[in-house]
Design a protein around this ligand. Structure first.
Ligand code: C2E
Ligand code: MG
Ligand code: MG
Length: 597
């Protein structure tokens, strides 16, 4: 199978969002039928991921997945044709496979193929005795495989089509926008949101005419707009009375606005509801790949809202319209330049102290940005702005590169300092993140054990299945994982348990509360420490600003601490001399020292 085919195949599989989802009766029913027809104890719906067979449904199998390399189901997926292995012991390819070694002697699998011809995996039956198959049995297996695919497609459509209007919904809008951004990054487009009625109008219409009437009205408007847009264009039902669509490439904003104005008039005229509702629209000019799909929709909403407030028909989203947006756009542009040039950026290093020994046993790298005009911009301000853009990747690469270079330089100077580096949620979306980090470690000759990656609790919750897989890849290269700002998210205990993390960093807010004498915060901190210890996690307290808090944390059994009480983030040279002073036996540990960075 060609690499391109394989990439397209994996893409198709991922888009269906089936991997690592819970079992479901609608699939299990088909698996049971397959086992019954063959009168065999083992059957499965097995999906071929990049390196594993993952079982969406299984009978008689304990594990949830199997290596892909020597799995017959992978062959079925790759060739998209059925496969029968009557006797493993006589089969050169599979006699010594994982399944063969587990005592499997018989296999029959029918491919799960999408409409586009991608093989997703197989519906298979297995036995522990050699066996032959009849043509009828194989026909039945193929039919059942087709039923699996029908179920897959049904589930995929479900949740993407609004059941009332029959129009694709908000989820579909975002998926289509993401697809477009992948196909045409950098292209200028417009998104339009049409709001059919004010909330108070919706309310009174429902009271007077009933809810069905609103449904009819929305469906009618959907048909009108679809008619105006022409064939092959989608209108999305994104809110109760809100429809959205995307422009094609190559429209100028003025031309598009004119089209939209005319369209709005036509829609209003065509509508029997024109006396009781007022239509407004929001127009958002944006560049594919530069704005997140949900932000596009949000911006369209706010432009439509602006139009309502100003009694206009069409509002245009302009980031210049509100200051925080303007500042963010400026920051985004300026930070892009800073990353390219590099000389505006530096790292500061904040010591981490062992509460048991009072010694500095590591540091956290914190990014510092000095812009020639904007001055010092705090990471608390610019990181959230860049975090969900393409800049997150280059930022993390810059920080990793500079951080590892520093660790190496210290090592050569006899200073042994493990370094914690903050990374963003979107780094976990990078397929090759672990691999490129491994290369960087080699480049700088830094052992993986010297590096810890910090991810905020909320970042880890964004796409838990994927996050866990990516973290495991990072674990595999030997770096440690820390959960930053712990306590501020809403992760469940069960979820924490599944995370391959070694460290939690209790958020400053709790430590600050505790310092202020807040009893609730003190109980929370104590609970977090004991919970983390039960999960065999190392605990770091952030934001320790006084000797009192240091002492309380020590009695609570907290492992490490970080904060102004010991040292603020320091320039690299200042860090080295601080480190020598702080860790030398002559000088007692636990003193605040050094100059801020
Ligand atoms: P964080 O990772 O939780 O970092 C701790 C923050 O608390 C730092 O703020 C640090 O200067 C500050 N801090 C340390 N000790 C004390 C203390 O005793 N009292 C108080 N009030 N604050 C203390 P900073 O450097 O402004 O960074 C803010 C956030 O920006 C960081 O929170 C982190 O989430 C993010 N950040 C910083 N550098 C990077 C980076 O290189 N990459 C990424 N992705 N995020 C970064
Ligand atoms: Mg951090
Ligand atoms: Mg933190």
């Amino acid at each position: 199978m060609g690499t391109d085919d394989e990439i397209a195949r994996l893409d198709a599989l991922r888009q269906l969002n089936l991997l690592d989802t819970p079992t479901s009766e609608s699939f299990d029913r088909i698996t049971r039928m397959a086992a019954q027809i063959f009168d065999l104890p083992i059957a499965a719906i097995s999906l071929t991921d990049s390196d594993r067979q993952w079982f969406k449904s299984r009978i008689g199998v304990d594990h949830q997945e199997l290596g892909r390399a020597d799995a017959p189901c992978a062959q079925v997926a790759e060739t998209t044709s059925a496969l029968v292995i009557p006797d493993f012991s006589k089969d050169a390819r599979y006699a010594d496979s994982t399944l063969g070694r587990q005592g499997i002697l018989f296999y029959a699998g029918a491919p799960l193929v999408t409409d586009d011809g991608h093989g997703l995996g197989a519906l298979c039956v297995l036995g522990t005795e050699p066996r032959s198959v009849t043509p009828q049995e194989m026909d039945a297996l193929r039919d059942l495989a087709a039923m699996v695919m029908a179920q897959v497609e049904l589930q995929h459509a479900f949740g993407r089509i609004d059941p009332v209007s029959g129009l694709p919904n908000r989820t579909q809008f975002q998926e289509d926008l993401d697809d477009l951004a992948r196909e045409h990054p950098g292209q200028a487009r417009f998104a339009v949101l049409v709001d059919l009625a004010r909330p108070d109008q919706v309310g009174s219409l429902i009271r007077v005419l009933g809810a069905n009437f609103i449904d009819e009205f929305v469906a009618m408007a959907g048909r009108t707009i679809t008619g105006l847009l022409g064939p092959n264009r989608r209108v999305y039902h994104v809110g109760v009375t809100q429809l959205a669509f995307l422009s094609e490439a190559g429209h100028s904003q003025d031309a598009y606005r004119a089209i939209l104005d005319a369209g709005m008039k036509a829609t209003t005229k065509a509508s029997t509801m024109r006396f009781v509702t007022t239509l407004t629209a929001g127009l958002v000019p944006f560049t594919l790949g530069r704005m997140r799909s949900r932000d596009v929709l949000r911006a369209a909403h706010s432009a439509a809202q602006d139009a309502r407030n100003s009694e206009g028909a069409v509002g245009v989203f302009s980031p210049a319209g509100d200051d925080p947006h303007l500042r963010n756009y400026d920051l985004l542009r300026a930070f892009g330049e800073a990353i390219e040039q590099g000389d505006q950026l530096r790292l500061a290093f904040q010591p981490r102290i062992s509460l048991a020994t009072g010694k500095c046993i590591g540091a956290e790298a914190l990014l510092r940005w000095l812009h020639p005009e904007l001055g010092v911009v705090s990471p608390g301000e610019f990181i959230p702005v860049i975090e969900n853009t393409g800049l997150a990747r280059s930022t993390t690469q810059w920080v990793l590169d500079a951080g590892l270079a520093q660790v190496r330089a210290w090592q050569l100077a006899g200073v042994h300092v493990p370094l914690a580096i903050n990374i963003s949620a979107s780094n976990l979306e990078e397929e090759d993140f672990a691999a490129s980090l491994a290369l960087l470690l080699l480049k700088h000759q830094v052992p993986a054990g010297m590096i810890e990656l910090e991810l905020t609790e909320s970042a880890l919750m964004e796409d838990s299945g994927r996050a866990i897989r990516r973290l495991e890849a990072l674990r595999a290269i030997g770096v440690r994982i820390a959960i930053d700002d712990f306590g501020t998210g809403q992760s469940s205990l069960a979820y924490l348990q599944r995370l391959p993390a070694q460290v939690v960093k209790i958020d400053q807010s709790f430590i600050r509360g505790m310092a202020a004498g807040n009893a609730r915060d003190r109980i929370l901190v104590r609970t977090m420490i004991s919970l983390a210890h039960q999960l065999e996690l190392q605990v770091v307290a952030e934001g320790v600003e006084s000797a009192e808090v240091d002492a309380v944390l020590a009695t609570l059994g907290c492992d490490e601490a970080q904060g102004y009480h010991y040292a603020p983030p320091l320039e690299s040279a200042a860090f080295a001399s601080w480190f020598h002073r702080f860790n030398s036996p002559a000088d007692g540990a636990g003193h605040a020292a050094g100059t801020g960075a």
